[in-house]
Design a protein around this ligand. Structure first.
Ligand code: GLN
Length: 533
């Protein structure tokens, strides 16, 4: 039997940003995957950056890292968690990446004297990036960042319109995610902004196949018939998404409203009953009343912004669900800890465990060291992620009397640089794309707590850092109360440490949070939660 062509589902947005377009894209992927299809996911971001490496996480959310080392938008993290797959750099396309290639080709004379234009050169390059990523998949979900009408995005909308007409209507679906505001004075849901957003999309030549409408309170009047009449989408192709208890409920809500079946029919996919049993069990576990609450101190410089540390919170939550406990996040401002603020210290004392997540730059680093010094001394469970490992090593050295111990990120001229720049990165400290990025293998010491948790001695985890443990100090670790329990296979790089005689103090040079899934807790986060319980 001839193989079916790859089907494309383009997910666009209108009215507002922040509606959960990424969650919708991941959820559609989930209900198609539940039908036995091999699903891939991709994000096209129209803004002009080359990648997400230099974007401020406080504004843009966490920078997600793929196994092959691409620095991407956080939506790729949602796709990996929902679809339980590992994506590559092909899944993240930003304007800068495509434009840079076009300009390089123009300089190399590859256009043979032609005028280089948005149509067809840029739009073709965007389409090629979509086609290249989709090879071998039954379905590729392609989310377009931003909202219809953004200054940066016309070429992207034109590219997906052209691609649709090339592959044929039966091989592609357009899902438009819109918002239905609720007017409390007249107690009604208004559809006009959604109508306008659909009209904007149609003005670009794209007719939506499916409308997903987010709404705060859809219970009092069903807007489907009105949306259908004004937007030209049959009611069966419209889903109303109320606020969910957990984002993992969204695939089930879309499925209940018939969207899986509707898209499958449109794309001519076999109408299989989806297998969402495990997913339903997972949502039951997630929404169950926890038997205990653990207070987790997160020592951070970006406060009260879960998007900045998205994967860390997802990994903590997943471990909590699997241990049937709830978590109460206590944000501890690393800046006020460094300033010796007593209130921040008192907060630290109330926590059952402390996480020091990754970070860049000098602000708040002294506070992170203080938090690690406290957890070492008081034997409070501590999980250090990347920067959290580096600061734990400095903390151990300082606790043992090496008062000048520091990292060259804090003081490049320091005398005891227990954390230092990696040799091959020297001189490139302030530029994008110069880090150790992506998956690297690590070998774990047999008799360690980490080995017990991972239940294997060979692991592969994702990295994103410039600085490393300075090997000149390795033989002093035991005297400082810590041990190296994970290294690169050639032993040249420290990847994991544990505190000696401590209930749980594990820190990693890598970011285990990227590989956590809601369907299975990551072993280190699981161990951290268990230590707190
Ligand atoms: N700033 C540190 C480094 O570059 C840690 C990075 C991180 O936490 N991801 O090595």
């Amino acid at each position: 039997m001839a193989k079916r062509p790859t089907k494309y589902v383009f997910v666009t947005g209108g009215v507002l940003s922040g509606l959960g377009k990424g969650i919708t894209a991941a959820s559609i992927g989930t209900i198609l995957k539940a039908r036995g299809l091999n699903v891939n996911s991709q994000k096209l971001d129209p803004y002009l950056n080359v990648d997400a490496g230099t974007l401020n996480p406080a504004e843009h959310g966490e920078c997600f890292v793929t196994k092959d080392g691409a620095e991407t938008d956080l939506d790729l993290g949602h796709y990996e968690r929902f679809l339980d797959i590992e994506l590559t750099s092909k899944s993240s396309v930003m304007s800068g990446k495509i434009l840079r290639k076009l300009i390089d080709d123009e300089r190399a004379g590859k256009f043979l004297g032609k005028t280089v234009q948005v149509v067809p050169h840029l739009t073709n390059a965007i389409q090629q990036a979509v086609l290249d990523a989709s090879v071998g998949y039954d379905v590729q979900i392609v989310e377009i960042g931003g909202t219809v009408g953004d200054y940066e995005s016309p070429a992207f909308f034109e590219a997906i319109r052209e691609l649709g007409s090339k592959v044929g209507n039966e091989n592609c679906a357009y899902v438009h995610v819109v918002y239905l505001p609720y007017l409390s004075t007249s107690k009604e849901i208004k559809t006009k902004p959604a109508q306008n957003a659909v009209r904007d999309l149609r003005s670009l030549g794209i007719v939506p196949t499916v409308l997903v409408a987010r709404s705060e309170d859809p219970s009092n009047n069903n807007p489907k018939s009105k949306l259908s009449a004004f937007c030209g989408v049959p009611e069966a192709g419209i889903a109303i998404l109320p606020n969910a208890k957990t984002v993992y409920e969204v695939p089930l809500t879309l499925e209940q409203q018939g969207i899986g079946k509707y898209i499958s029919n449109h794309l001519g996919l076999p109408n299989k009953k989806p297998n969402l049993k495990e997913w339903e069990k997972m949502v039951t576990r997630i929404t169950a009343v926890p038997k205990k609450i653990c207070k987790i101190g997160v020592v951070a410089k970006y406060m009260d912004n879960q998007d900045t540390y998205m994967c860390v919170f997802e990994a903590l939550r997943s471990a909590a669900w699997w241990n049937n406990v709830g978590i109460d996040i206590v944000w501890i401002d690393s800046g006020s800890l460094s300033a010796g603020d007593g209130a921040a210290k008192r907060q630290l004392k109330k926590c059952d465990g402390v996480v020091v997540p990754g970070g860049f730059g000098t602000r708040g680093l002294e506070g992170k060291i203080k938090a690690a010094q406290y957890c070492l001394k008081e034997k409070v469970p501590y999980l250090g992620l990347c920067l959290g490992l580096q600061m734990a090593v400095v903390a151990a050295a300082r606790n043992a009397g090496v008062a000048s111990a520091t990292s060259s990120e804090i003081d490049p001229q320091g005398t005891n640089l227990v954390i230092d720049t990696m040799n091959d990165q020297k001189g490139k400290e302030n530029t994008g794309g110069t880090m150790r990025l992506g998956d690297y293998p690590c070998v774990i010491a047999k008799d360690s707590q980490s080995a017990k948790l991972y239940k294997t001695l060979k692991i592969n985890e994702r990295h994103r850092h410039r600085y490393e443990c300075n090997n000149d100090f390795r033989d002093q670790y035991e005297a400082w109360g810590i041990r190296i329990v994970g290294t690169s296979p050639d032993k040249s790089l420290v990847e994991m440490i544990e505190a000696i005689d401590h209930p749980f103090m594990i820190a990693t040079q890598f970011h285990p949070e990227f590989k956590s899934r809601p369907s299975r807790a990551h072993p280190l986060f699981d161990g951290f939660l268990k230590a707190m319980i």
